[in-house]
Structures are given as C-alpha cells and as structure tokens.
Design a protein around this ligand. Structure first.
Ligand SMILES: NC(=O)c1ccc[n+]([C@@H]2O[C@H](COP(=O)([O-])OP(=O)(O)OC[C@H]3O[C@@H](n4cnc5c(N)ncnc54)[C@H](OP(=O)(O)O)[C@@H]3O)[C@@H](O)[C@H]2O)c1
Length: 275
C-alpha cells in the first residue's frame, strides 16, 4: 500500500478529511487544522451545507490549492432539486471559492436526475476543467456498472465501508472498472472503537483502535478512507493520517475480515437496494 492511490495521472491521498456535520466556524477550523497537520484531501458535499466553510478553511491555510484533492458531491435526493445539474455544480464551485474541484460525485442515485443525463453533464464539466475527475457515491454494483457503461473514467464510488460492513461485491466491481473505493463512515461513527479484536491488535502494535480500523481499510488495494474529524481533537486527526505509515500483517488483516460484517449505518428511504 502506498500513501496514495493512482488514478490516471492523479495521486489521490489515501486518507482524506470527512467534514460532515462540521459547519460554519467549526468547519473552517477543522479544514485549516487538518491541512496544517498534513492532510491533502478534503471531502464535502452540497448537502452538508458547509462548502463555504470548507472553502474558507482552504483559503486560510498556507497549503496551495493545487496540492489539495478536493471532492464535492451534488444531487442528494433530499436536497432541493436544482434547476439543472450544471447549475448545481457551478454553485458548489462558487460556494467553495475555487475554479475547479478534483472530484465531482453524484451523491446518491437520484430518481429526479436521470443517470445518463447527469453523467453527460459531468463529463462536459470535466472536459471544461471545472472538475478534474467525476464519480459516484452510494452506488450498488448494478448501478455502478450502468454508470461505467455510460461514461469513461469514473474515478470513485464513495460508499460506506468499515470493519463491520462487507463491501466485497462493490469493491470487486470498483476494481474491475479501474476505479478507487472511497470508504465513508470508516469508523462506523465510533462503533468500532470498543471492539475487542481491534483492541487486542491495537495493543500488540502500539496503535489506537481507530488506527487499526482505518489501516485495515487503506491497506486494501484501491481503497482510500475519509474519517470525520473534530477541530477540538487534533490528536485524532494526526493519528488518523498517520495510518498511511503503519501496517498490519496478513493474519491481522484476516482476523478483522472475519468480524461480523452486516452493520450498515447510512441508510434510509432514499437509499437504493444494496448488494
Ligand atoms: N457519501 C455519503 O453519502 C456519505 C455519508 C456519510 C459520510 N460521508 C463522508 O464520510 C465522512 C466520515 O463519516 P462520519 O464522520 O459520519 O463517520 P466516521 O468517520 O465513521 O466517524 C467520525 C467520528 O469518529 C470519531 N473519531 C474520528 N477519529 C477518531 C480517533 N482517531 N479516535 C477516536 N474517535 C475518532 C469522531 O467522533 P467525535 O467527534 O465524537 O470524537 C468523529 O466525528 C464524513 O465526514 C463525510 O465526509 C459520506
């Protein structure tokens, strides 16, 4: 495992900063703190209502914009319906205060935004340089295959993935399409932190439990993770980024893979039928 995943000419940092629920001043402070700690990958979305804060954090930091992999997502089914896809994407860029994003994703499969039409606009935005890459989020394998048949070069499928959720089918599909899997909710919102198997491995390695859980993800081929952070817990931000320099052996990886893996946290009425 390297510290980045290669996608065409791009190196995507293996750990990114999740910004969900960090809005306004807290969002600005989180992004600024994470960039100061060495993060070079930030994840946001129109639906989070924090693109302005994320943009301010980037602008305030001393890290040049071009050194940061910035992802945003549009077309959340619960967000107000935009007049059209292009308008939604341009509004995100405006709120972020940037000329381009590195990845623009369809946040969820969305009945109000037909896939072929959305991807056509996404591809045009990529062509025009408003986004360097395009991708999807929360796509089960059948929909992912459909998306990949409609447009070339999808970068990622951002899906819930952690030690308590088996995503092997999605992962196989993502790899088959030459994409990267971005693990959202990678700590299962903290549920993994009391796990006795992870605790034992952590104690043996001198790692924290969160580090073991994140390391298990990023050690897998074509997997990157975006743990959420808190500007009040810079130590955790630092620990999470440091997993890129740690390692687990094959037996530890296998032990974790044998945990019960049926827990899905991010679900709801708008969710598709999962694999
Ligand atoms: N595409 C999608 O539909 C989608 C859906 C959900 C999330 N996401 C993305 O995924 C990101 C991560 O998800 P998430 O924030 O909901 O869940 P998460 O990453 O599983 O959990 C984040 C929480 O875990 C705790 N934590 C983080 N590092 C820790 C450490 N080293 N030690 C102990 N506790 C630690 C913190 O809780 P405390 O703050 O309580 O300390 C933090 O808020 C989001 O921010 C968002 O960018 C995407």
């Amino acid at each position: 495992m390297s510290e980045t995943e290669q996608f065409g000419p791009y190196e995507i940092p293996g750990i990114g900063l999740g910004t969900l629920r960090r809005n306004d001043d807290e969002g600005v402070a989180l992004v600024e703190a994470a960039l100061a700690e060495g993060y070079r990958h930030v994840d946001t979305a129109e639906y989070y209502g924090n693109e302005v804060a994320v943009g301010k954090g980037i602008a305030r930091s001393s890290v040049p914009r071009e050194d940061i992999w910035l992802t945003t997502k549009i077309l959340h089914p619960k967000a107000p319906r935009p007049p059209d896809v292009r308008t939604a994407a341009e509004a995100s860029l405006r709120r972020l205060g940037v000329d381009y994003v590195d990845a623009l994703l369809i946040h969820w499969p969305n009945d109000h935004a037909p896939l072929a039409e959305s991807l056509e606009v996404f591809a045009a935005l990529r062509e025009e340089g408003l986004t360097r890459t395009i991708g999807v989020s929360n796509f089960p394998t059948a929909l992912l295959d459909e998306a990949a048949s409609l447009v070339d070069g999808l970068v990622t499928n951002q899906v819930e993935y952690h030690v308590y959720l088996d995503q092997s089918e999605v992962l196989d599909a993502v790899r088959g399409h030459g994409m990267v899997l971005t693990a959202h909710t990678p700590l299962a919102r903290g549920e993994v932190l009391d796990d006795p198997v992870l605790a034992e491995i952590a104690a043996g390695r001198g790692m924290t439990i969160a580090q073991v859980a994140l390391r298990w993800l990023v050690q897998q081929e074509r997997v990157i993770a975006i743990p959420g952070g808190d500007p009040e817990h810079v130590d955790q931000l630092r620990d999470n980024l440091a997993v890129l320099e740690l390692s687990l052996d094959d037996e530890e990886m296998a032990q974790i893979s044998h945990l019960a893996r049926t827990r899905r946290i991010v679900d709801g009425a708008h969710a598709p039928v999962w694999d």
